[in-house]
Design a protein around this ligand. Structure first.
Ligand code: ZN
Length: 298
């Protein structure tokens, strides 16, 4: 039976259908328009998905969310970057009632990790770490093909490890997280450039400020990833998100170099740090894969 994956993004909502033989069909994306408020956004989404359910034989739905929710109740706790009042919205109940099907929620970075570990660059890995670069930096861990959620349901926040105790305050409130010096904002504000692409262009051209900012970001992410390598021994680290998909090796090489510089105790010659393969639909694909776990039961 087909499952439907939804990626509720800050800008666009993406939909994919995944068949039971892993065929991926990318449907049209549409603007999320979070500023309309949760009721309107969810009403619009439910109307669209109900049509797909009746036309396409959908058995279950998964939604990737831009933040954290209570894993027991499916009530929103933190939605970063999505305008409108979302905290406290009973997201899981609203979707189940509105769609009349089994529904599961998954954090968007965990969905990316699940997708890349099941059908993308981390396929077949015993232990995989996923990292998505962007406005924030998401993370996820996959062990034996299964997402590792930890006792809190929110394990995998790789970029919120403290890597510089004297560093900037992070959006999460902690001081010195890797995200605080490696996010898109950190790169553009340190260099006065408009976009991350401009920063990397400056880096390639040897601009001093851009080189310093990129190396600082890579050093922070490298410390965080080196901790993951030392503690968990992944066979592959998959890096995605806008900058990694557009910049490729220009983005990956400094991160790889910084990571391996900080790993000395454990063997790391065989660890691969690679670019994601599934593109910007990875979150929706991962949400669809997660939906298989609730297919046929509720
Ligand atoms: Zn943080």
């Amino acid at each position: 039976m087909n499952v439907l994956g939804i990626d509720l993004g800050a800008t666009n909502t993406k939909l994919v259908i995944l068949s039971d033989s892993d065929e991926i069909e990318v449907l049209e994306a549409f603007p999320t328009r979070g500023e309309d408020g949760a009721d309107v956004v969810l009403g619009r989404l439910i109307d669209r998905v109900r049509v797909l359910i009746s036309e396409r034989g959908i058995g279950a739905v998964g939604m990737g969310t831009p933040g954290l929710f209570d894993p027991e109740t499916g009530v929103v706790e933190i939605f970063t970057n999505l305008p409108g009042q979302w905290v406290g919205v009973p997201l899981l109940d609203r979707l189940r009632t509105g769609l009349g099907l089994p529904v599961t929620l998954i954090n968007d970075a965990r969905a990316f990790t699940l997708a890349e570990g099941t059908l993308g660059a981390g396929k077949g890995a015993a232990v995989m770490a996923g990292l998505t670069l962007g406005t924030g930096i998401g993370g996820g861990l996959l062990v034996g093909g299964e997402l590792f959620h930890g006792s809190t349901g929110s394990a995998g926040e790789i970029s919120h490890q403290t890597v510089d105790p004297d560093g900037p305050i992070c959006g999460c409130g902690n001081q010195g997280c890797a995200e605080a010096s490696a996010s898109a904002d950190a790169l553009t504000s340190a260099t006065g450039r408009d976009t991350v692409e401009d920063v990397y262009r400056g880096y390639v051209n040897g601009d001093e400020e851009c080189v310093a900012a990129v190396e600082r970001a890579a050093a922070s992410l490298g410390r965080a990833l080196a901790n993951i390598v030392t503690v968990l021994g992944p066979d592959v680290i998959v890096i995605g998100g806008g900058p990694a998909s557009h910049g490729g090796e220009v983005v990956l090489e400094p991160i790889r170099r910084a990571t391996l510089r900080n790993v000395t105790l454990v063997p790391h010659e065989d660890i691969r740090i690679v670019r994601a393969e599934l593109g910007s639909e990875a979150g929706a694909i991962g949400a669809a894969i997660a939906a298989r776990s609730v297919l046929g039961g509720d």
